[in-house]
Design a protein around this ligand. Structure first.
Ligand code: FAD
Length: 461
């Protein structure tokens, strides 16, 4: 039997559930990746870091196959048309793939499956992205959880070693390179309408394993250090988990070797990832509006001028500006900073969280609809199990607590380089006794204390 293995957000061979099943059930496997024109045409920025990450990761996969005399088909097009076409051309009887939980992907896969059915070709998809998916962890009344801690407790109660078992595959079954006729794709970003761009995090499988390896010296300190962004105490694995250059089972297996509080808390973060995926599946309205529907009535001020300043890192709040400038440069932001800038946008600038969510969605290298939406709705107090609306982060206090020396701020706001560790968090308070000329750095665009009260009033109303 010949099968097609259709890679999407699972860009690895090892511990890939669908590939492992294909290996078991087929004599020959044709690995395929399609640059989905429907997704790519929607991307405004033609130097998109995500496309570069995928591109480089695929290149590495292809190289590994080629080193073994095997090939991979990489094309650009609409999978609904291309997958059935390819199956017929190569006489494949089955398509293997891993399940995707986002609405667009669900609908696309249904269409692919229907088209294949007309030719009696099977479509099989497998759980791979998560340990537990949409309906695996439910309350005793079969309803989804909407609060994280009981979800996590149930998750931990249900899990056992068998869920972390790693899946192998058989390289010998992959299609020999000479049998692959129509790999139209000649490894140039221009061919899919994009330009090359630099990446902060190295793409590909080798880089993912490197990241994991480097995190082994940090995981035991994760509980104490994870919030101090200048210390780089987190794993930087979010893009790798997003594009599947590492599997979720590998991440858990790695963490299970450690018995520290740090490892326990890190695993909780991986469970948050599954929690938000489950929420998006059961409450698809969150893609368009607030989880708490009454929050759709909030009359955000939505001042365009403030939004532009937030995006560019010109708010006059050093921690916000440093975080946003770093984000614009790299496409990545530390979790604590994501929470601080999201809280600031919504509760200090009184701008609809959806605008910030969209800006992140366009620019985040690790963009994942469910986690991004969950993170924004948590920060804006509109989500399930969210930050209460009356708890408003004070940007200066957050800055003093999590960047005490101002090292991070100084890296990204060179205008403030001469400030000392006291002045750096709100330099205009000290403008009279500063030896620094602040004229290059903007004045704060709002007063936190006033805005905080306005935000609380908006929510109450
Ligand atoms: P670590 O601290 O090493 O955590 C390990 C892994 O756990 C991460 O790689 C990630 O997969 C998962 N994780 C950690 N924190 C969370 C969380 N709060 N929610 C869900 N999963 C989590 N994460 C994304 O992967 N994609 C997004 O688009 C995204 N958008 C966010 C938007 C906002 C406003 C906020 C507040 C958070 C967002 N997060 C998102 C969650 C979190 O910020 C990132 O996962 C984390 O910063 C990635 O860094 P890391 O890999 O070093 O994380």
């Amino acid at each position: 039997k010949t099968s097609i293995m259709w890679f999407r957000r699972d860009l690895r061979f090892f511990d890939n559930v669908a590939l492992s099943k294909a290996s078991f059930f087929s004599e020959k496997i044709i690995p395929v990746f399609i640059f989905d024109e429907i997704i790519l045409k929607k991307l405004k920025n033609k130097r998109d870091r995500r496309v570069q990450f995928i591109f480089d990761s695929i290149k590495e996969m292809k190289q590994e196959l080629n080193n073994n005399g095997k090939g991979m088909i990489v094309i650009y097009g609409d999978p609904v048309v291309e997958i059935p076409k390819m199956a017929l051309k190569y006489n494949a009887q089955c398509i293997f793939t891993n399940e995707d939980y986002e609405e667009y992907a669900i609908q696309r896969d249904k269409l692919v499956e229907n088209n294949l059915k007309q030719h009696q070709i099977e479509f099989k998809s497998f759980k791979d992205q998560v340990i537990f998916d949409k309906n695996d962890i439910l309350k005793s009344n079969k309803q989804p959880y909407v609060v994280f801690t009981p979800y996590k407790n149930e998750w931990l109660k249900n899990v056992n070693e068998s869920y972390f078992k790693l899946n192998s595959f058989d390289m010998n079954k992959m299609m020999p390179i000479e049998s692959i006729k129509d790999d139209l794709f000649n490894f140039e970003m221009q061919k899919i309408g994009f330009q090359n761009t630099d990446l902060l995090v190295k793409p590909g499988r080798k880089a993912a394993l490197n990241c994991l390896n480097q995190f082994s010296s940090k995981i035991n300190l994760y509980a104490q250090e994870r919030d101090f962004f200048a210390k780089n105490g987190t794993s930087f694995l979010s893009m790798h988990l997003r594009f599947g250059t590492i599997s979720i089972r590998e991440a858990f297996q790695f963490a299970n070797h450690y018995h520290s509080e740090g490892a326990k808390i890190w695993k909780n973060e991986l469970i948050w990832r599954e929690f938000y995926k489950m929420i998006l599946f059961h409450f698809p309205h969150v893609e368009k509006g607030a989880f708490k529907k009454e929050c759709d009535n909030i009359k955000w001020e939505n001042k365009e001028e403030y939004f532009e300043k937030w995006k560019k890192g010109l708010t006059g709040f050093p921690i916000i500006d440093a975080a946003m400038r770093y984000f614009n440069e790299t496409g990545w932001m530390h979790n604590r900073l994501r929470m601080i800038v999201a809280s600031f946008l919504t509760k200090d600038l009184l701008i609809d969280y959806k605008k910030g969510e969209e800006y992140f969605a366009e620019n985040l290298l690790d963009f994942d609809l469910s986690s991004n939406n969950g993170g924004w709705q948590w920060s804006a107090s509109t989500g399930c199990d969210a930050q209460p609306y009356f708890r408003v982060f004070n940007p200066e206090a957050q800055s003093i607590k999590f960047d005490p020396s101002g090292a991070f701020i100084k890296q990204h706001c060179p205008e403030l380089i001469a400030c000392d560790s006291k002045q750096i968090h709100s330099p205009y308070q000290y403008q009279n006794n500063l030896f620094v000329n602040l004229k290059n750095y903007p004045k704060p665009i709002v007063e936190h204390d006033k805005q905080r009260l306005k935000a609380i009033a908006l929510f109450k109303k």
